[in-house]
Design a protein. Structure first.
Length: 515
C-alpha cells in the first residue's frame, strides 16, 4: 500500500480507489429509492428562494429569511441547470453528499491512513443516512458538511512555506460554512481555538491565525458588498445578523441543558454505537502524539454539539455537523486498535464491529422498504405529503406569476405550484415567536393581507406549521381568521388541516367559515 496506517500518504493505489468507489456507489444506491420524497418545509425554503431568485427576487429584501444565503443561490443554480423538480433537487443533494464523502475520505487518509479513511467515510455514509431517514434529507447542515471537512483538510494538509495560504483557504471555507448557515461558525471557532492552543509551541500559529481570519473576513465582506450593490444590505444585516442572533439568543441559558436528553434521543436513533466509537477515537487522539493533524479535534465535536444544543436541541438536523468529527474519530479508533496487543486487539475488534451493527441494519431495512421509511420520516410533517395536491390545485386556478399566500410554514407549496408569495413573509416562524422583531412583522403581514391580499390563500390548520409558541400562535391565528372571514370564502379542504380560501366580494364573504 502507498499509505501507512498513520497517514503520510502518497498517491492512492488502485485498491484504495476501488474501495472509495464502492462507498460512493453504496451511498448513491441508499439515496436512490428516496429521490422523489416530498419536500419538507425547510427544504421548501431553499428551493422556493432559489426559484424566485431566478425570477429576479432578492433574498431578505423581497423574501424574508433568517438563514445565510449560500443554499438559496445554490438551489437557484441547480434549477437553472437541472430544472425545478423535486427529483432534480434530490439527485443534486446526493451528488453533494458524495462530494462530502470524497473530501472526508481525503482528510481521513491524510490523518490516519487508507484503511481508517475508508472506515471513517463508511461511518459518515451511515450516520448521515441514519439522520436523513429520521427527519429529512437536506438540512442546511447537510450542505455545510463539505465546507467543514474541506476547511480541516486545507488547514492540516501538510506543513511548510505554503502554510499561510492553506490557512487563508481554511478561513474562506469557514466563511462559506457560515454563509450556508450561522452554525457554520463552529468551524471558525474550532480553528481559532486550535491555533490559540498552539501559540506556545508553534511559531507560525499567530501567522496562521491572521491568515484564517483574513480569509473569513474577505468572504463575509464580499457577500455584504454584493447585497449592498442591489440595495439589500440593510435587509441582509437585519435578517441574518440582528434578527437571527436574537432568535438564537432567546434559546440560550439554563434551558439549553434541558435539551441534552432530547438531543441524545434524536441525534442518532440507530448510529449511537458509531457515535460512541468516534468519541472514544477523538479521546485517543487527544491523549497521544501518534496521529497527524490537530490533537484537539474533540473541540470541534464539543463546539458542534454545543451550538446544536444552544440553538434548539429538539431539532435533530442541528447535530449533523458533529458527523465530521465523529467520523474522523472512527478512523482514530481504528488506529488505536491497530496498536494494541493481540489479545486486546481481538476484544477491541469485536466491540468495533458491534458498533456498526445497528446503523448497518437500519440502512439495509430502510432501502428494502422505502415506503415504510418515508411513512416514518413524515409522521411529524403530514403537510409535506399533502402539499403537492394543494400546489396542483392552485396552479390550475392561477396564472403563471400570480401571487398566492400560504398561512403557515409550508413554502414548498410555492415551489411546487411555481407561484410567488404575495407577502415577504413566506415562512411564518420568524413572526410568531417571542422576539422583539416579530410583532412588526406580524402587523405588516396582516395589513397587507387585509388591504391587498391575493386571490387565493392556503390556510394550514396545524398550529405546528405556524409557530413553535402556541400562545402567540393562537393569537396570530385568530387575527388572520378575522381577515379571512371578512375578505375570503372557503373553496376547498384538504387533509392535514389544509384549506384553500378565495378572495370574495360583497355579501359572499359572510358565508366564509372560520379557519
Amino acid at each position: 500500500m502507498s499509505v501507512d496506517r498513520l497517514g503520510r500518504p502518497g498517491r492512492p493505489d488502485p485498491r484504495e480507489i476501488a474501495g472509495l468507489v464502492v462507498l460512493l456507489v453504496a451511498y448513491a444506491a441508499m439515496r436512490w429509492p428516496f429521490r422523489d420524497a416530498p419536500l419538507i418545509r425547510d427544504e421548501g425554503e431553499y428551493v422556493h428562494l432559489g426559484q424566485q431568485i431566478l425570477r429576479g427576487a432578492i433574498p431578505y429584501l423581497d423574501i424574508y429569511n433568517q438563514k445565510t444565503p449560500l443554499v438559496f443561490y445554490a438551489t437557484a443554480a441547480l434549477q437553472a441547470l437541472g430544472g425545478a423538480s423535486v427529483e432534480a433537487f434530490r439527485i443534486a443533494t446526493t451528488v453533494w453528499g458524495a462530494a462530502t464523502a470524497l473530501v472526508l475520505w481525503t482528510l481521513a487518509r491524510r490523518l490516519c491512513g487508507s484503511i481508517a479513511a475508508w472506515l471513517a467515510t463508511a461511518a459518515w455514509v451511515l450516520l448521515s443516512f441514519d439522520r436523513s431517514t429520521g427527519v429529512y434529507q437536506a438540512a442546511p447542515e447537510f450542505f455545510m458538511l463539505p465546507f467543514l471537512a474541506a476547511g480541516l483538510l486545507a488547514a492540516y494538509a501538510g506543513t511548510g512555506r505554503a502554510g499561510s495560504r492553506r490557512w487563508l483557504l481554511a478561513g474562506v471555507l469557514a466563511a462559506l460554512a457560515f454563509q450556508t448557515k450561522q452554525s457554520g461558525l463552529a468551524l471558525l471557532a474550532f480553528l481559532v481555538a486550535e491555533r490559540a492552543l498552539a501559540l506556545a509551541k508553534d511559531r507560525h500559529a499567530l501567522r496562521d491565525l491572521g491568515s484564517l481570519l483574513a480569509g473569513f473576513i474577505a468572504v463575509t465582506a464580499l457577500v455584504a458588498a454584493a447585497f449592498a450593490a442591489v440595495g439589500a444590505l440593510g435587509a441582509y444585516v437585519e435578517c441574518v445578523w440582528t434578527n437571527n442572533f436574537q432568535y438564537a439568543g432567546s434559546r440560550l441559558g439554563p434551558r439549553s441543558l434541558g435539551r441534552v436528553p432530547a438531543g441524545a434521543r434524536w441525534i442518532l436513533p440507530w448510529g449511537s454505537g458509531l457515535a460512541l466509537l468516534g468519541g472514544a477515537g477523538l479521546m485517543f487522539r487527544a491523549t497521544t502524539g501518534r496521529l497527524a493533524g490537530p490533537r484537539h479535534l474533540w473541540l470541534l465535536l464539543a463546539t458542534t454539539l454545543g451550538i446544536a444544543l444552544a440553538a434548539g436541541g429538539s431539532y435533530p438536523h442541528y447535530f449533523e455537523l458533529a458527523f465530521v468529527p465523529l467520523s474522523l474519530g472512527v478512523a482514530d479508533a481504528w488506529v488505536a486498535l491497530a496498536g494494541r496487543s493481540p489479545r486486546l486487539r481481538l476484544a477491541g475488534l469485536a466491540l468495533f464491529v458491534l458498533a456498526w451493527v445497528p446503523a448497518l441494519g437500519h440502512g439495509l431495512a430502510a432501502v428494502r422498504d422505502p415506503a415504510g421509511t418515508l411513512a416514518h420520516l413524515y409522521r411529524l410533517a403530514p403537510t409535506a405529503i399533502v402539499s403537492p395536491e394543494v400546489a396542483d390545485y392552485l396552479a390550475e386556478r392561477t396564472e403563471p406569476g400570480e401571487p398566492i399566500l400560504v398561512v403557515g410554514s409550508e413554502p414548498q407549496i410555492y415551489f411546487l405550484a411555481d407561484r410567488p408569495s404575495s407577502s415577504r413573509m413566506a415562512f411564518m416562524y420568524p413572526m410568531t415567536g417571542p422576539y422583539r422583531y416579530a410583532a412588526p412583522l406580524r402587523s405588516a403581514f396582516l395589513r397587507q393581507l387585509d388591504a391587498s391580499g391575493p386571490e387565493y390563500v392556503v390556510w394550514v390548520g396545524l398550529l405546528a406549521s405556524q409557530t413553535e409558541f402556541p400562545r402567540i400562535g393562537r393569537k396570530f391565528e385568530a387575527e388572520v381568521g378575522k381577515v379571512l372571514r371578512r375578505r375570503y370564502a372557503l373553496e376547498a379542504r384538504f387533509p392535514a388541516g389544509m384549506a384553500v380560501y378565495r378572495r370574495c366580494r360583497g355579501a359572499g364573504c359572510a358565508a366564509a367559515p372560520a379557519p
